[in-house]
Design a protein around this ligand. Structure first.
Ligand code: BGC
Length: 740
């Protein structure tokens, strides 16, 4: 007793600095020591409180110990507006508008990891400023079918590209003391029936196609959080899936961060306890307002878990593991020393959004050098189409935003053209005039009751005497287009757009079609239209970015992150594998029979199937000449490396950027392999006449496949080819070598 009194007296008498800090507050101490220190201080109830939501987007901290709450936000294209504590409706703040960055498809189309870093850093700063410590994104689910309503939130069809683009995004976000929560782990490749589909996929496709981007996110990006997917795998929901979470993510890959459930993705208490879920969010929170008690107490990882522990049905080993992970999250984010303050809506953020947009827009076709538009020779430009004016930042599901500003394509074009030419706008077609998501309204009135015939006649008339006609259409963020929780019905454009485009193609030789989408579309008019631009959901700076490409202020340098098929039957998920398009709430298998042959891995193999536009395709306003590639050796040893070099020269009159692609082809293997696979890429900037040498160094990893019998990555000795290409079908040169 005396001793206690003495210690207390000493503590009071000493200045604060001389008192001993608890271990967990001592930032000089190793992370794990601090975590263990807190763990030892927590009561059972405090532990339970840490691992489930307390509101729509937050979970509790430990006020007694000064451990802050966790606040999450969507993600992945901007910071979601604030909602009410327990409802999806807007909280009605007036200071929660954000900058909308380009959709992740656009980021992937830049093929530029520097753009990923810029993106992550910028959006991370906005998250930090809004006091969020977890950004729900980025998403890296592989593009398996062009019908998936959520492809726009992901990074395309190729695991190597997605893996290399996701890592800098995560690093950029986390520099701000904000966790990136990579989603949706795993196999969430369609939206229809996302809660009830049980994906049946072989181990090769799992490891070679669907997991590499997640693995890179964890091991190279060092992501602090990962979100489970809604669907099932091996009969278990992915948010509490023994194979994916315990075996692969945590054991094989050594992930030490938190697994967060997708909102409403937790279905079973015992599985949630045992199978690696660390934080439960979004489970039936109908409400604090409507319920008689706190709805969050009924979460699987709340009272039901506590009761099981209290009754001795389960121990606390799993609980402690979950809590350790949540504590790591706190130390890495809210409690990290020197955490920056972040910033919102800054000129730098708008500039970043614009730059990423400009680098991601893809010039698909440009017959006779129709683009760029030469304003000195232009008197009149006719802009046609709903997407020229429709705000695209509202809608699409959880990535919907409330923006401070959004420059429409038409406004961007008008501002850029100024008084140099006349710009007329006509509607062309009426798509979806609505513009509301969870209470955020665009405020646009897009109603138009004229018939399609009237609208086409008006467009054709406007086109007749215009020097350029720019049709701006594509998909939008409404259900059944590019939107969460629904898929597209087909590859075709809706709202009669094909008719408008064909009519315009007859009326003018100078037609530019700008397709805004996050997905491939069918183009039955491809041969009638001289210039085609693949635009994306670019966000706040949509119009400025598009105008600078169309007018040639910026030379296009984006390349497709996924294949454009001619028709749906050319997509292996539809011709060989299964896709379930009818709504069905019963658990149902969907078989990925196409295995590893996704995207160009499929089209490469087909003699008859030619893509409309291949993976990796994108034109420039300048031209590039490739030299003959060389390798520094004819052989490579299993623990060695090989360097392939190629020169690229800008042979045109404008500065430009080219994405040089390296594919590897295994000439003979014991298991079937794709004809070739992307194993390197480099975006290179060249002044007119300038030539640069690009070097790719590869090792065994680039030659390996996943052997599902040995359960290991294997590189088999024998002949290989290193293929230098400008797209999956535009091969510039080949070097052969052997692995000893
Ligand atoms: C989506 C997630 C999102 C979450 C929170 C879910 O419906 O699938 O991607 O982060 O909602 O809004």
């Amino acid at each position: 007793m005396k001793k206690v009194l003495f210690t207390l007296a000493l503590a009071v008498a000493l200045p604060l600095s001389a008192q001993q800090k608890p271990v967990y507050l001592d930032t000089a101490k190793p992370l794990e020591e601090r975590v263990e220190d807190v763990l030892g201080r927590l009561t059972l109830k405090e532990k339970i409180a840490l691992i489930h939501a307390q509101s729509k987007f937050s979970s509790a901290g430990v006020p007694r110990l000064g451990i802050p709450e966790t606040w999450t936000t969507d993600g992945p294209h901007g910071i979601r507006p604030e909602v009410l504590w327990d409802e999806w409706n807007q909280a009605g703040w007036t200071n929660d508008s954000c900058v909308a960055y380009p959709a992740l498809t656009c980021l992937a189309a830049t093929w530029n990891p520097e753009m990923s870093m810029l993106y992550g850093k910028s959006i991370g700063e906005e998250a930090r400023y809004r006091n969020k410590n977890m950004l729900l994104g980025p998403g890296v689910n592989i593009y398996r079918t062009p019908l998936n309503g959520r492809n726009f939130e992901y990074m395309g069809e190729d695991p190597y590209l997605a893996a290399h683009m996701v890592v800098p995004y995560i690093q950029g976000v986390q520099q701000n003391g904000v966790a990136a929560c990579v989603k949706h782990f795993a196999l969430n490749n369609q939206e229809i029936n996302r809660h009830s589909l049980n994906v049946v996929v072989d181990d090769r496709a799992l490891y070679e196609i669907y997991l590499p981007a997640f693995k890179a996110a964890v091991q190279q990006g060092k992501a602090w959080a990962i979100m489970g997917a809604y669907n099932l795998y091996k009969g278990q929901h992915c948010c509490h899936n023994e194979y994916l979470l315990n075996n692969i993510l945590k054991s094989e890959w050594g992930f030490d961060g938190v697994v967060v459930s997708d909102w409403g993705g937790t279905h079973d208490t015992d599985e949630a306890i045992a199978n690696g879920l660390d934080m439960e969010f979004g489970t039936g929170t109908d409400g604090l307002a409507k319920g008689t008690n706190n709805a969050y107490d009924n979460y699987h990882l709340a009272m039901p878990y506590l009761e099981r522990i209290q009754k001795g049905k389960v121990g606390t080993k799993e609980l402690d593991d979950k809590v350790r992970r949540v504590l790591r999250l706190a130390f890495r984010t809210t409690m990290s020393e020197g955490r920056p303050y972040g910033s919102m809506l800054s000129p730098e953020h708008y500039a970043a959004a614009r730059r990423i947009g400009e680098e991601g827009i893809v010039l698909l076709k440009n017959a006779n050098g129709l683009l760029p538009i030469d304003l000195n020779k232009t008197k009149k430009i006719a802009v046609v189409g709903e997407n020229a004016v429709k705000m695209m930042t509202v809608g699409g599901g959880s990535s919907s935003l409330k923006v401070q500003r959004e420059i429409s394509p038409l406004d961007g074009i008008r501002q850029r053209v100024g008084d140099k030419a006349e710009v007329v706008y006509v509607r062309g077609y009426v798509g979806d005039a609505s513009g509301e998501y969870n209470g955020v309204v665009t405020g646009q009135n897009l109603e138009d009751n004229r018939s399609p015939e009237e609208l086409i006649a008006e467009a054709v008339e406007a086109a007749a005497d215009a020097d350029y006609v720019i049709f701006i259409g594509g998909l939008n963020k409404s259900a059944g287009q590019d939107s969460e929780d629904s898929d597209r019905k087909g590859l075709e454009l809706s709202y009669g757009q094909d008719n408008v485009i064909s009519a315009l193609a007859k009326a003018t030789k100078n037609l530019v079609v700008v397709n805004i989408s996050g997905n491939a579309i069918a183009m039955p008019w491809v041969n009638e239209v001289p210039a085609i631009v693949q635009d994306w959901y670019i966000g706040s700076e949509a119009g400025d970015a598009l105008a600078s490409i169309l007018m040639g202020d910026v030379n296009p340098s984006g390349k497709l992150p996924f294949t454009f098929p001619v028709k749906l039957e050319d997509v292996p998920a539809h011709s060989l594998g299964e896709y379930v398009g009818e709504r069905n709430r019963q658990v149902q298998d969907v078989k990925y029979n196409e295995s590893i042959f996704v995207g160009y891995r499929w089209t490469d193999k087909q003699k008859k199937v030619k893509p409309l536009f291949p993976f990796g395709h994108g034109l420039s306003y300048t031209t590039f000449a490739y030299g003959k590639p060389t390798a520094d050796s004819k052989t490579m040893s299993a623990d060695g490396a090989l360097t392939v070099k190629v020169t690229v020269k800008n042979t045109g009159t404008r500065a430009g950027q080219e994405v040089v692609q390296l594919y590897i082809s295994d000439k003979k293997s014991s298991l079937p392999r794709p004809v070739k696979e992307l194993k390197g890429f480099r975006k290179v900037k060249l002044a007119p006449g300038e030539e640069k040498e690009i070097a790719f160094t590869i090792d065994k990893e680039a030659l390996s496949f996943f052997d599902d019998v040995q359960y290991a990555w294997i590189a088999e000795p024998g002949k290989f080819e290193a293929i230098i290409a400008a797209s999956a079908t535009d091969i510039k040169g080949v070097v052969s070598f052997e692995l000893n």
